[in-house]
Design a protein around this ligand. Structure first.
Ligand code: NAD
Length: 497
């Protein structure tokens, strides 16, 4: 049975989270004693003061992780044992579900309902799926010339440094950590400053599940210090990053400057939703498009923020969008299970999103919904769900990632123009297509320059889906078997007979 609003509030008032670095099987303050504050964006209250890892702390974790890797305590553990520990880990995440829900909600403002429906089950499934997959992937034995036997094996990389964003704190940690561990690597995880606590708990539960100490370490801290130290370390063999395109670019530089470590980068987006004139059930379409931009406060890499609507149905769609949004999305207390929209992650981000809204008005776009902060909450970081009409493809809100609840309606005159606008972006993460014409649907899906396409739906998915983008939305894939393979390297072995 799920908690009531009052029960969540009571849990939030009483809970004392762990705030230290986890290195090996011990919790530490940072070497210089520095801490940073995590603020609840719904109230402005301090949630916790968290140890801020120094570069030396990160290096200590990386060196330990590497020595554990070389010893083989995890990398050479019999596969069934490794699988069973990961299954136990998944069970423990589920059993501690309320704590994870609480931590991410009070740190970054996500509604408890979203944690329950998406983040928590998503994280548990990620560990279960990848545990299950451990002995389902392997190398190969290609045919080769007589006189030789040639086989190819896949082996873990060593230590994977995982750097995560704040928008799905637990789930993004799972997407990074689970395939790295399943493949036999050691891990050092650096969570985002705004959402460190669930990652620390994750590291603690790995030990409870029977994971060998030092195989999974957690070093909260700033991006500039801890994140950079991790990505520059000689003891890290891959950096698995999810975050903004700007910081993603730095990962390649850090790798080039240090040991040419492998980099996977899941980055930003400006994803189009293409609505053709034969959209079919308009209410169903509008409801999904609204969810695609206002779900998780719009703080979603694949948010469908560019809404390209055929001239013939533009007015009808606009009205259906406003009706669907009004019915579902209103800012509220994220600890209330009825709330569908929480605050943005912090004040600076709220100011940034407000800046985009003001800028769009300045550029001539017309607000048809929202457009303001929500004043019912003091000291908080809310922005009302906002829709702009009359947006042209060259306006700033049609080109840059806003990462907030701001949609832009752009008219198009048919499939060719829609495709051209959709592809005219530095990003290429995802796209939605709405039409009853099967040929148009599939040819658009073929021609869109992005990693994920949904036809007559948006954001559907399960663990069999490779998640990732084209162009400046990144390289590499999270989820599914692809993510496991990306945390391994091949070795070719020749035997002369
Ligand atoms: P961010 O790039 O600011 O930070 C991400 C992580 O990088 C944090 O842990 C941060 O501390 C660290 N970091 C910051 N500066 C660093 C530096 N100089 N060196 C090393 N590490 C550094 O991103 P964010 O604001 O936390 O998250 C939002 C972004 O993440 C959006 O752009 C969103 O699209 C993207 N995102 C992408 C995906 C995807 O799968 N493509 C998923 C979720 C989020």
């Amino acid at each position: 049975m799920t908690n009531t609003h009052a029960q969540w509030q009571k849990l939030a008032d009483e809970f004392q989270p762990e705030t230290r670095l986890l290195i090996g099987d011990s919790l530490y303050d940072s070497a210089d004693g520095a801490r940073f504050e995590s603020i609840n964006p719904a109230t402005g209250d301090v949630v916790a003061s968290i140890a801020s890892a120094t570069a030396d702390d990160v290096e200590r974790a990386a060196v330990l992780a590497e020595s554990r890797f070389r010893e083989g305590v995890w990398s050479r553990m019999p596969l069934r044992e490794r699988m069973n520990i990961l299954y136990r880990f998944a069970d423990l995440i589920e059993e501690n579900g309320d704590t994870f829900i609480l931590l991410d909600t009070i740190e970054m403002g996500k509604p408890v309902s979203e944690m329950q429906s998406t983040d928590l089950p998503g994280a548990v499934l990620t560990f279960r799926f990848l545990a299950e997959a451990i002995d389902k992937v392997g190398g190969s034995t290609p045919n080769t010339n007589d006189g030789f036997h040639h086989y190819i094996v896949r082996q873990p990389l060593g230590v994977v440094g995982c750097i995560t964003p704040w928008n799905y704190p637990l789930m993004m940690a799972a997407w990074k950590v689970a395939p790295a561990l399943a493949a036999g690597n050691s891990v050092v995880l650096k969570p985002a400053e705004d959402s460190s606590l669930s990652s620390i708990l994750l590291g603690q539960l790995f030990l409870v599940a029977g994971g060998p100490p030092g195989v999974f370490n957690v070093v909260p801290g700033t991006g500039q210090v801890a994140g950079q130290a991790l990505a520059r370390s000689q003891h890290i063999h891959k950096v698995s990053f999810t975050g903004s395109t700007g910081v993603g670019r730095l990962m390649y530089k850090y790798a080039a400057d240090s040991n040419l470590k492998k980099v996977s980068a899941e980055l930003g987006g400006k994803s189009p939703q293409i609505i053709l004139k034969d959209v079919g059930d308009m209410e169903r379409c509008a409801t999904a498009v609204v969810d695609g931009i206002f779900g998780n406060q719009g703080e979603v890499c694949a948010a469908g923020s560019r809404i390209l609507v055929a001239n013939e149905v533009y007015e009808e769609f606009r009205e259906a969008f406003v009706a669907a949004s009004t019915k579902k999305y209103a800012p509220g207390d994220p600890l209330d299970p009825a709330t569908t929209m929480g605050p943005l992650v912090n004040k600076a981000h709220q100011t940034r999103v407000r800046g985009y809204i003001d800028g769009a008005v300045g550029e001539g776009a017309k607000i048809v919904l929202g457009g303001d902060v929500d004043h019912q909450f003091d000291n908080s970081c809310y922005v009302s769900p906002t829709l702009f009409a009359d947006v042209s493809p060259d306006m700033t809100i049609a080109r840059e990632e806003i990462f907030g609840p701001v949609g832009a309606l752009i008219r198009h005159e048919g499939i060719e123009q829609a495709l051209s606008i959709a592809n005219d972006s530095e990003f290429g993460l995802a796209a939605g297509i709405w039409t009853q014409n099967i040929t148009n649907a599939h040819s658009l899906a073929r021609d869109l320059q992005c990693g994920m396409v949904w036809i007559n739906g948006y954001m559907n998915g399960d663990m069999t889906q490779p998640w990732g983008g084209w162009k400046q939305s990144g390289q590499g894939r999270d989820k599914c078997i692809d993510s496991l393979l990306e945390n391994m390297q091949s070795k070719s072995v020749w035997v002369t007979l």
